[in-house]
Design a protein around this ligand. Structure first.
Ligand code: 16G
Ligand code: MG
Length: 546
C-alpha cells in the first residue's frame, strides 16, 4: 500500500495540475478545453480504481466531450451496471480534480477512509475514447492513473459512449447482458433487429434506406463497422463520416436540434428519412424535408412517442398488464406531453435535465421510456417485466397473436441499450418500428404537431444566482424572476417558458414555446431580458431575434 502511494506521487508528477485551476464534475462529467485535462484524466484513473475496489466490480471511464467542439474533451465515469456514477462519487471526483499537486495524496486518502476501501482488492477499469485528436493521450493518462494505484485497465480504444456502458454491464453481469466485445455488441443488436423486421414483407429499397449524419465522429466509424451485419435489411448512406469534415461542426444531433435546420454535408431528397448522431453517439434525432423544401425535425419527444405507442400496442396484443411510463424534462414540447397523457393515457414524469435523473425516474416503472428532447434516451425494463415477457414468449398455451407480441417485446429488449441512450440502438429500434408499422417518416411526424419553440442563452456574472424547483420549471431565485416570467407567459397563447443555469456551459438557458413561432421568439427574447436585468446579465442586452 505504501508503495502504491509512492507510485501515485511519482506518476502524478508526470500529469501535474496547473495551480489554481478549478473544474467541476458537471451534468455529464468534466468537460473543457483538452489542454486543461491531463491531470484530470490521471486522477479519474485513480478514482475509477478506488470505485472498482469499493464495488468489487469493473468500472468504465470514457474519454469524450460529446457534442462539444473538437478542441474540447471530457471524461464520464461508468458504474457497475453501466449507469452513470453515483452522486457522492461525483463529489469525490471534483475533490480529487481540484486538489493542488501537494495535496493529492491527502485527498486520495480521504476518499479511501470515508469509503473504507480495502486497498488489497483487485481493481478493473474499462477505458474508451472518441475520435478527438486529444483523446489518445488523455486516455493514456487515465490508464496511467489506474496502474499507479495497482489496478488493471482494459483499453477498448475507439468506441461510442454507449458501447463502453454496454461493455461494463456485460462484464459485471458475467455475460448475461451480452459479450463484452464490440463484436458481441453488434451481434446482439443486429440479431434482434433482424428478428424484429423479418416478418415484414415487401419492403422496397426506399423503405429500407436511411441517411445517417455521423457528426464526423465515432458514431460514423461504428455505423460503418456494423453495416455489413445488417444484411441489407437496412441500407445506410453515411454522411459526415470524418474523412474530411470537422467533428460536430455544422453537423450532428445537437446542431440539428438547436438550429432546427439540416446539417451540412448530407444529401437530402424530399421525404427521405435522415438522422444525426452526436459526437459520442449517445443522442439521435430524425428529420426530413418535405416536397416544399420545408425542414421537419423529429426530436427525442417524437422518438419517445413512437416507441411508447409501439410498446403499448404490443402490451395490449400480448395481454400483459405492465406499468408503462414516459419520463421527460422541462424541454419536452408541450404537445408531446399532452399527446402522451391525454391521447395515449401514458403516465408522464418530468425530471431535471441530465440523463441520470431521467434514468432514475424510469426505473420506477415496469417499462420506463425516457427521452430528452435533444435525442438522448432509451427504454428500461424491470427485471420482473423481463421475466414475465420471457415466460409468455415460451408459453405453449397461448394464441399466436399473444406469442408474436411477446417475442417482439423480447427482441425490443435486446435491440435497446438499457444502460444509457444509444444512437445506434435507438436507430435500429426506430427503423424496426417504422418497418413493422409500415409507417413513413411523414406519418410518424404527423402523430402530433410540435408547438413552435425557441432556446436562447444569456450570459450572467454568476449563473448560480438562479435556483430552480419543480424539475427546473420554476425559478425560486433571484427574487422577482419567476413573477416576471409568469406575467410574460400570460400574454401569449399556449405559452410556456422557463430558465435554468446550464450544467455544461457558463450561461443561463431560456426556453419558450407558444402557438406561433413569432410568439415563441418574442417570449424567449423578453424572458432573456428579464434574466439579464434580474440575474446580473453581462455584455450587451439580449437582442430581439430577426
Ligand atoms: C449533458 C447531459 C444531457 C443534458 C445536457 C444539458 C448526460 C449524459 N448528458 O449533455 O443529458 O441534456 O448536458 O446541458 O447526462 P446543459 O446543462 O448545458 O443545458
Ligand atoms: Mg453525447
Amino acid at each position: 500500500m505504501m508503495s502504491q502511494f509512492q507510485e501515485v506521487l511519482k506518476q502524478s508528477g508526470l500529469h501535474p495540475k496547473p495551480a489554481g485551476l478549478v473544474l467541476q464534475y458537471g451534468t455529464a462529467g468534466f468537460r473543457t478545453n483538452a489542454k486543461q485535462l491531463d491531470h484530470i484524466m490521471f486522477r479519474m484513473g485513480l478514482l475509477a480504481t478506488l470505485r472498482s475496489r469499493k464495488t468489487k466490480a469493473t468500472i468504465g471511464v470514457m474519454v469524450t466531450a460529446s457534442h462539444n467542439p473538437e478542441e474540447d474533451n471530457g471524461v464520464k465515469l461508468i458504474d457497475p451496471m453501466g449507469e452513470m456514477v453515483t452522486p457522492t462519487w461525483e463529489g469525490y471526483a471534483t475533490q480529487l480534480a481540484n486538489a493542488e499537486q501537494e495535496d493529492l495524496l491527502t485527498a486520495l486518502k480521504d476518499v479511501i477512509e470515508k469509503e473504507a476501501i480495502d486497498m488489497s482488492q483487485e481493481a478493473d477499469v474499462f477505458v474508451g475514447k472518441d475520435t478527438r485528436s486529444s483523446s489518445a493521450s488523455l486516455s493514456q493518462a487515465v490508464m496511467d492513473g489506474v496502474s499507479a494505484l495497482g489496478g488493471h485497465s482494459k483499453d477498448y480504444g475507439l468506441v461510442t459512449t454507449p458501447q463502453l456502458h454496454y461493455m461494463v454491464c456485460c462484464q459485471n453481469t458475467k455475460g448475461k447482458y451480452g459479450d463484452a466485445t464490440v463484436e458481441g455488441y453488434y451481434s446482439k443488436l443486429y440479431q434482434a433487429f433482424i428478428q424484429l423486421t423479418k416478418s415484414v414483407s415487401n419492403r422496397t429499397d426506399d423503405q429500407k434506406h436511411l441517411s445517417v449524419d455521423g457528426a464526423n465522429g465515432i458514431g460514423a466509424l461504428k455505423v460503418r463497422e456494423m453495416e455489413a451485419h445488417l444484411k441489407k435489411e437496412l441500407q445506410i448512406s453515411l454522411f459526415n463520416d470524418g474523412s474530411k469534415g470537422k467533428l460536430n461542426h455544422q453537423c450532428g444531433a445537437d446542431f440539428v436540434k438547436v438550429q432546427q435546420k439540416p446539417p451540412t454535408g448530407v444529401e437530402m431528397n424530399p421525404g427521405e428519412r435522415c438522422c444525426s448522431f452526436d459526437g459520442d453517439a449517445d443522442r439521435i434525432v430524425y428529420y426530413f424535408i418535405d416536397s416544399e423544401g420545408q425542414f421537419h425535425l423529429l426530436d427525442g419527444d417524437k422518438i419517445a412517442t413512437l416507441i411508447s405507442t409501439f410498446l403499448k400496442e404490443l402490451l395490449t396484443q400480448a395481454g400483459l398488464d405492465l406499468k408503462m411510463g414516459a419520463v421527460q424534462t422541462a424541454y419536452a414540447n408541450g404537445s408531446s406531453t399532452r399527446y402522451l397523457e391525454d391521447t395515449m393515457q401514458v403516465i408522464v414524469r418530468c425530471t431535471k435535465t441530465g440523463v441520470k435523473h431521467l434514468h432514475h425516474a424510469a426505473q420506477e416503472f415496469d417499462i420506463g421510456v425516457y427521452f430528452e428532447a435533444n435525442g438522448h434516451g432509451t427504454v428500461l425494463f424491470s427485471k420482473a417485466a423481463e421475466e414475465i415477457i420471457q415466460h409468455l414468449a415460451e408459453d405453449a398455451n397461448i394464441n399466436d397473436e399473444r406469442k408474436r407480441a411477446a417475442r417482439m417485446l423480447q427482441n425490443t429488449i435486446n435491440v435497446i441499450n438499457q444502460t444509457v441512450g444509444d444512437a445506434i440502438a435507438d436507430m435500429l429500434l426506430i427503423e424496426a418500428i417504422l418497418a413493422i408499422k409500415g409507417m413513413t417518416i411523414q406519418q410518424w411526424d404527423s402523430i402530433y404537431s410540435d408547438l413552435p419553440n425557441r432556446q436562447l442563452k444569456v450570459k450572467v456574472a454568476d449563473r448560480r444566482v438562479i435556483d430552480t424547483a419543480d424539475a427546473e420549471r420554476r425559478a425560486v431565485s433571484p427574487a422577482g424572476l419567476q413573477d416576471a416570467i409568469d406575467s410574460l407567459v400570460k400574454k401569449y397563447r399556449k405559452a410556456r417558458s422557463f430558465v435554468r443555469p446550464s450544467g455544461t456551459e457558463d450561461v443561463v438557458r431560456v426556453y419558450a414555446e407558444a402557438e406561433t413561432q413569432e410568439s415563441a421568439d418574442d417570449l424567449a427574447h423578453k424572458v432573456s431580458l428579464a434574466v439579464y436585468r434580474l440575474a446580473g446579465g453581462v455584455g450587451g442586452e439580449p437582442k430581439q431575434l430577426l
